[in-house]
Write a protein that binds this ligand. Structure first.
Ligand code: 13P
Length: 297
């Protein structure tokens, strides 16, 4: 099935009162975990990979290109609507390559830049992407992360509504990542979501909102977030955790007389990576129900 523009998927989600998920993958097993979940539940889905956790020398010397090929082949085989995002990369060149190699949505990490420079860089991305019919997600304030490496780990950052409105108007982005109490990579406890602030943002900005830091975003807060304009949740850390747990347990359970051909890469029941994929797939399905997009694809 051909790729669906992300803006169409987000518009439909907003109109339908649900959100879609971007579940960050990193290889073929993880891409399949996400797509399998979406196909089992007939949900529209955003597939893709992210740039920031990748070893940049590898990413820049063939890694991104190979991942793009896997993403595209996986998306092309889908029987549910798919958008394909290259999420949070470091350089404009990576964006350009991602667009050339088939992603139909991109996000360049520009939010650490001063406002005017952020607008300039984002506008460049929008021009390149829109020329190819691809969409752009933007961000003005760096989302804090739970390690304390960026911002306040308690999630005190808030996207300023006026600055956000100016940013969207001046760049033409198709979706906006917002800071409303959410925190990247939060695994200990849950974020406290500031709905009053989200409502202020909704009054100022019309494009669909994206919540990064899906791992630590409370399930119970999802419906209200959707009611205030959130159309996409980004989920990463929890998926890697579950994948690793699944693979780790499968390795620990291997018999001394392990059948190596089955255990590594066979895709049969004894493939240890299939155990990670299964754990990840379960979590994606759980979230597709919570986001309300099950049955919408
Ligand atoms: P988490 O790792 O906190 O789920 O966030 C993922 C994310 O926002 C990717 O853009």
């Amino acid at each position: 099935m051909p790729l669906i523009p992300m803006r169409t998927m987000l518009r439909d989600a907003r109109a339908g009162g649900y959100a879609v998920g971007y579940f960050e993958a990193w290889d073929q097993y993880s891409l399949e975990a996400v797509l399998d979940a979406a196909e089992r539940l007939r949900a529209p889905i955003i597939l893709g990979v992210g740039g920031v956790m990748m070893h940049q020398p590898w990413f820049n010397t063939g890694g991104l290109r190979r991942l793009a090929a896997l993403c595209r082949a996986t998306a092309e085989s889908a029987t549910v609507p798919v958008s394909l995002i290259l999420n949070e990369v470091y350089t404009f060149e990576q964006v350009r390559q991602g667009l050339d190699w088939g992603f139909n949505a991109v996000m360049l990490g520009t939010s650490e830049l001063p406002f005017d420079a952020n607008v300039r860089e984002t506008r460049r991305v929008v021009e390149a992407a829109h020329a190819l019919g691809a969409d752009v997600e933007g961000e003005i304030d760096q989302l804090p992360d739970a390690s304390g490496a960026i911002g306040d780990p308690h999630g005190d950052a808030r996207t300023d509504p006026e600055a956000a409105a100016r940013y969207v108007a001046e760049t033409g982005v198709d979706a906006l990542s917002v800071a409303i109490g959410n925190v990247h990579m939060l695994t200990a406890g849950e974020a406290t979501i500031d709905f009053a602030h989200l409502a202020r943002l909704r009054r100022a900005v019309d494009v669909p909102f994206v919540v990064h830091g899906g791992t630590g975003f409370p399930d119970a807060a999802v419906p209200e977030a959707i009611a205030h304009g959130v159309a996409k949740f980004n989920v990463g850390t929890v998926l890697k955790r579950l994948y690793l747990d699944g693979v780790g347990k499968a390795i620990a359970a291997l018999a001394a007389s392990v059948d190596i051909q089955t255990a590594v890469g066979s895709r049969k029941a004894g493939d240890v990576f299939e155990a990670g994929k299964a754990r990840m797939c379960e979590e994606v399905m759980r979230r597709l129900h919570i986001y309300g997009c099950a049955g919408r694809g």
